[in-house]
Ligand binder design. Structure first.
Ligand code: NCD
Length: 312
């Protein structure tokens, strides 16, 4: 893969490009297993996390990844500020850039914000989640986790993505990445939590979780995004759990080697039973661990060459 300046989405990445990130992540995974889990690859570079929406694992994961590569890090959180307005976002970004940064990891409630920022700055921009749009590093870490777990590629792997697909950037990026790697994806959701134009997605669609369970190799459970407008579209919560919750009884009906994934944060007892989330099928903690290696791979690819790479 030739150099790319930004990582804004899975859209635009083909299978070799995705595999390239995963192969690099495997090398960094090995680094993370060493006594001193750190390499000097990005010494002297500065990575800023610009998070205008709440996050625990994504921000910490990017900052950990940057430090494991010996980059300096800065963290900007704009809780309660007015940066969501276009011009002040521009000012914020220009100010941060003037401090001398090489990469900006952006999370923003508006779809497309990282793309706009990429047009304003010389620094590399990584999309850390924009509205309902994309969350490419989540998709890459999910592919990495599955590839490691399966010990093979994802070809033919049956992945059910369950729940609030409508509001999920994780689903949007995940479907693209999983299907690019040859997996067969089924979206499993109530009609009100499916996005418009879902027929254009590279996935089957069904409303019936119980009918799918025995076929799935992976149950990928999504968070119900009550802070977006999911509350309005959601069946009553007990009904949601009854039809779409990954209960212990449902998990027991899956294939013996089938696994359960969730991007976090999990709402236990609504999306997934605690015993399933913490049970032997769960890859949730592996996903978090994989996040650091994958984000190291992304930062290294964007910043690792002295010239900074070509335009995306
Ligand atoms: C997701 C996100 O913020 O998009 N979380 C994450 O990054 N691991 C999923 C979610 O919030 O539902």
């Amino acid at each position: 893969m030739t150099g790319m300046r930004h990582l804004l989405g899975i859209t635009g990445l083909d299978r070799p490009a995705i595999e390239c990130y995963l192969d690099d992540a495997a090398a960094f995974w090995e680094v993370l297993g060493r006594d001193i889990p750190k390499v000097p690859a990005l010494r002297g570079r500065t990575v800023v996390t610009l998070f205008l929406e709440d996050s625990t694992r994504t921000r910490l994961s990017f900052e950990t990844a940057a430090r494991r590569l010996s980059a300096d890090t800065m963290s900007f959180q704009a809780r309660g500020s007015s940066v969501a307005k276009g011009e002040s976002l521009l000012d914020t970004v220009r100010t941060i850039e003037a401090l001398g940064v090489d990469a900006l990891v952006v999370r923003h409630p508006a779809a497309g914000a990282p793309h706009r920022i990429a047009g304003w700055v010389d620094a590399a921009v990584v999309n850390g989640g924009d509205g309902r749009h994309e969350h490419p590093t989540q998709a890459l870490l999910d592919c990495f986790t599955l590839r490691r777990h399966l010990g093979t590629g994802l070809d033919g792997c049956r992945i059910g993505i369950i729940g609030d697909v409508a509001h999920s950037r994780v689903a949007r990026s995940g479907v693209r990445a999983f299907s690019a790697l040859g997996a067969e994806v089924t979206l499993i959701a109530p009609p009100t939590l499916l996005p418009e134009r879902v027929e254009t997605w590279p996935a089957r669609v069904t409303h019936d979780l119980d009918a799918e369970l025995a076929e799935l190799d992976v149950a990928y459970v999504l968070r119900v995004q009550r802070e977006r407008d999911a509350a309005r579209r959601l069946p009553p919560l007990h009904e949601y759990y009854a039809r779409y919750g990954l209960t212990e009884a449902r998990a027991a009906r899956m294939k013996p080697h089938a696994v359960v994934m969730h991007p976090g944060p999990m709402i236990r007892g609504l999306e997934v039973a605690t015993t399933v989330a913490d049970g032997p099928r769960s890859l949730v903690r592996d996903q978090v661990r994989a996040g650091v290696a994958v984000r190291m791979a992304v930062l290294f690819r964007l910043l690792g060459s002295p010239a900074g790479g070509d335009d995306a």
